[in-house]
Write a protein that binds this ligand. Sequence first.
Ligand code: SAM
Ligand code: DTB
Ligand code: SF4
Length: 339
Amino acid sequence: MLDVHASRTASSLQTGAAAGRWTIGDARKIYNLPFNDLLFRAQSVHRAHFDPNAIQMSRLLSIKTGGCAEDCGYCSQSAHYPTGLKASKLMEVERVVAEAQKAKDGGATRYCMGAAWRSPKERDMETIVAMVEGVKALGMETCMTLGMLTPTQSERLANAGLDYYNHNIDTSERFYSEVITTRTFADRLETLANVREAGIKVCAGGILGMGEAIDDRISMLVTLANLPAAPESVPINMLIPIPGSKLADQPPVDPIDFVRTIALARILMPQSHVRLSAGRTEMSDEMQAFCFFAGANSIFVGEMLLTADNPGEDHDSALFRRLGLKPMALQAVQPEPAE
Ligand code: SAM
Ligand code: DTB
Ligand code: SF4
C-alpha cells in the first residue's frame, strides 16, 4: 500500500512528480487511496499553493449560440442533434462589453466568451479582437473558447490581450471518439500547443459522466498534467444531460468519484486553478464543499453557463457564507508559471 506520508518528500508532494511527469500507475494509486488520505493530501497540496478559502469567480457568455458543425455528444449547440436550441448570430461588441460590466459588478474577475464554432472564421476575427479589447479595458481578465485555432489566430488573440483560452480535451484519448467524431484528440492538443506558443494562458479540462471509465478520467488528468506546461486553469465539468443530445440518458456521476477526480487534479497540477465547472445545479452544497476541500478553487458564477442553468448569485453567496469562502481578488488570481 502507498504510504501517503512517507512515499514522497514534502517538496515533491507540493510540486508533483519529481520530473513533472506522471504515470497512469502513479495517478491510479493516488486516486484509489482511502478517501480521507486522498483528501488530506489534496488539501495539503492546495494549502501549499493557494489560500484555501479563496475562490476565483468567472462568468460565461455565449457570444454565438447553436448551429455548430461539430457532433460533440454532450452539447446542446451541435447541429447534429435535435436539442431544440435556437441558434443566433455573433453578438455585437457593445452588448458583450455591457454584459461583462454587469458580471464585474457582480464580483466576477474573469469574463469567458464562448462561441459554437468548429473554429473561428477569418471574417469574425476583427469582432472577436474588439471584444477582447473592450472587456480588458474594464479591468477584467479575458477568456475565450471558440474551437480550434491556428497559430496565426492564436497570435492575433494574444496581441489583442487575451489572457486565457479554454479548449477542453474532454476525456481520455481512448474514449474521445465515443463522444466526438468530427475532430480528433490530436486536433485538440494541437490547438492547445498553438495557444501556449502564442503566450496565452491555457484553460483545459473535461467532463465526467459521459459513460467513460474511471481510468479514462485518470488518463485525461495525466494527459493535462504531462503537457509541456500544465494548464493554468482546469475545468472539471459534470455532464449536464441535454435532451435530444447523444448523451441525454447517461446515469449521474457518483459524487465520491467526482470528488476523487477533483482531488487527483489538484495533486497532479498543484499550481493550477481547478474549476468546479458545469453541473453545480445538480450538486448538493455538501458535495461542493467536498470539492472545495479537495482543491477546487474556481467556479462559474451567474444564473447561466452558455446555454444551461447555473446556481446563481443568491445560492452561491449563501454557500460562500456557510463555508466561510471568499472571492479571490484579481491580483491573487495570476498563478505562478505552471510546471
Ligand atoms: N465550441 C467550443 C469548443 O467546443 O471548444 C467552445 C464551447 S464548448 C460549449 C466548451 C466546453 O463546454 C466543452 O468542451 C465541454 O467540455 C463543456 N460542455 C459543453 N456542453 C456541456 C454539457 N452539457 N455538460 C457539461 N459540460 C459541457
Ligand atoms: C468549460 O469547461 N465549461 C464551460 C466553459 N468551459 C466554456 C462551459 C459549460 C457549458 C455547459 C453547458 C451549456 O451551458 O450549454
Ligand atoms: Fe460545437 Fe463546442 Fe458544442 Fe462541440 S462543444 S458542438 S464544438 S459548441
